[in-house]
Design a protein around this ligand. Sequence first.
Ligand SMILES: [Zn+2]
Length: 512
Amino acid sequence: MRQAYINLHMPFTQNNAFIIEDGHFTLVGRKGTILRQNIDEIIDLQDKTILPAFHDSHMHLLGLGWQRSIFDVAKLNSIEAIQATGKKRPEQFIMGRGFHEQTTEEKRTLNKQDLDAISTEKPIVIYRACGHVLFANSKAIEMALALQPKFTSEWFDEGIFKEEDMDFIKAIFPTPSLVEIKGYILNAQAHLLKNGITSVGSDDYHIFETVPYETVKKAFKTLVDEGRLKLNVLEQVNLPKIADLKDYLKKGYAHESYGTFTEGPLKLLADGSLGGHSAYMKAPYADKDTKGIEIFNQAALKERIELARSKRMDFAIHAIGDQTAETIIDIKASFNDDPLAYRDSIIHAQLCDTAQIKRMGELNLGAQTQPIFLNSDIPIIEERLGARAQKTYLFNTMINEGVLTTLSTDAPIEDVNPFENLYAATTRKSIKHPDYPPFLKEEAIPIRQALKAYTITPAYFAYKSKKIGAIKKGYEADFIVVDHFNPQNPKSFLKTDVLKTFHAGRCVFEKA
Ligand SMILES: [Zn+2]
């Protein structure tokens, strides 16, 4: 079946038609040329704009699907409203997410007493929007203490648990079944396709403390068997425990590919977030006497990366603080390998300074960035960092220094909407806080580069042979049909509609 799509508009090119056969573009050109070919079907797109489908290089499919099915407090603008809505929740174990003190009237963090006002009978836990802080009520703490009686921490009395302290509370979370896990993946997939995303780098093996990584792997493989996985998924293999990583490597899972599900780089969480004062810094925060939290020290990180290297795995390590970034750059340099042999990257690279960026360019160490983080972070960057704020989120500098830079959302940390992310990338403005001026305007990425960072560059990191991310002969036919998108006017991105999403030549989403 050879299908010709004609009368379409592709930004930055004169081409206005293409042919798709067996899920791939086989010819891209002018309408006249296309119509002279042997074709079975002609589809007239009536001058609509076409873009390559997006590739969100770092997010959490399972976390997104799970979070979409629990108590969402992000849009409730006061602690009082959270309490009133919480009281109406029917479930016996209330799990919530999306809390951000900046968006509440009270402008303060949640605590145990706030949640006890909802109920002291049911366990209640709510994640801060960053996912690095967890608030718990008395009942949840009581249940956790029954399992771990000796546990204590700095903010124990307030019911606030940060970073690895969250494990204390996570121990009481109900364990989702295989069927539930598949449901979460499908829930997230529907949301992604609706947003024009057909490829993701996704970190899913360490979302639920009590779910073995093999159960998650099995969920993906079952969805492939059932013909229900309609995305390219590159699994970012998050196995912080050495024993799990050894088990994974021994079983020969590295690089395994099953349908559109592929095992990808080793992913580790090496520090926390800026909001939670847990990103690990060279110097203390401006508004708190701490340098943050180092989840793995250099030796522990290196041990894990070396194990992965023994099976030629790339790495993609979460680093927000400048000290964590330095550690990773030093490790990459110590390997002394051919810069083109591995496609390693730092996820976030939020506070990398110019010297670090130069080294990253030289070492071919990529950056998986999230301009959309400015959406929530804009009000706190200066507060947290003082004068150092002027050297953060240097995404255009990265591109100019030859660092291969991708765009992503870290969903569910921020929503997956690629057009909002493009808006943040190209304007350096927050949608949630429109009154703030652009943050370091000179770091805005030109739209052409931003689109590449959302399509062809992530494909480079993900696949050595699979051709995705561009509307070109030989590439997988992943594209979207959009309305109201004007590349010259970023404001239009906030009104852009995805009308249709195609994956491997098939329509996988159509706007009602
Ligand atoms: Zn993440």
